[in-house]
Design a protein around this ligand. Structure first.
Ligand SMILES: Cc1cc2nc3c(=O)[nH]c(=O)nc-3n(C[C@H](O)[C@H](O)[C@H](O)COP(=O)(O)O)c2cc1C
Length: 188
């Protein structure tokens, strides 16, 4: 593949990752800057990918630490891996909490019940509890959980592709500068 083909391949892999079917790029690790400046990382499920808008999106609990971190400093990095194909994608950009109420409401309506139940948890994520039972969501919850449901969008400014297929290592950098994507091979 040439650089243009790799760029297309990246976005098509990301789109599949964001679709409801499970694929190598469904799960990502998202890094933020902790409030004390230390790196923070966690797994997230990719929920949306819009190449033209350069947006990736995921759902999160509004009460979680990552939201406060993004509000304090919106710079984020993400990484994901296709182990079968020796391929890694690293992305960096700026995250925002979507204010598009219509989109958020639609995603909420479309989400699976086992996803939604997480947002009904009465205790904020990371609250200290005496036993796991204390953290379970009661079946007949009073709240829908919608008030805790957030859509985070990441405006991507850099994508790095690495393929370490034996005998054919390739690494390429795509940077969004001056309104266009610049492409560059870099040493693996
Ligand atoms: C399989 C799996 C999928 C997950 N998906 C998400 C997700 O889409 N969004 C999210 O906020 N947390 C998700 N989590 C939980 C996060 O990894 C993390 O533990 C949690 O959000 C708290 O992170 P924080 O304290 O840094 O905000 C997932 C965890 C696992 C194991």
């Amino acid at each position: 593949m040439n650089l243009d083909e790799i760029y297309q391949h990246i976005w098509s892999s990301i789109r599949v990752g964001a679709s409801p079917t499970r694929s190598p790029f469904t799960m990502w690790q998202l890094a933020t800057l902790g409030l004390d400046g230390s790196p923070q990382i966690r797994s997230i499920v990719l929920r949306g990918a819009d190449e033209n808008a350069r947006l990736l999106s995921f759902h999160a609990d509004r009460r979680s630490a990552k939201i406060k971190e993004i509000e304090a400093d919106p710079r984020v990095s993400m990484v994901s891996l296709d182990l079968e194909n020796y391929a890694q994608l690293r992305v960096s950009g700026v995250a925002v909490l979507s204010q598009e109420q219509t989109d958020i409401q639609r995603l909420w309506t479309e989400a699976k019940p086992h996803t939604l139940i997480l947002y009904q948890a009465p205790l904020a994520p990371a609250t200290a509890i005496d036993s796991p039972e204390q953290g379970q969501v009661q079946q007949a919850s009073e709240t829908s959980g919608f008030e805790n449901f957030a859509l985070i969008q990441i405006r991507v400014s850099k994508i790095e592709y690495l393929d370490i297929t034996p005998g054919n290592h390739q690494r390429a950098l795509f940077s969004y500068v001056g309104g266009r994507w610049a492409e560059q091979w870099i040493a693996p």
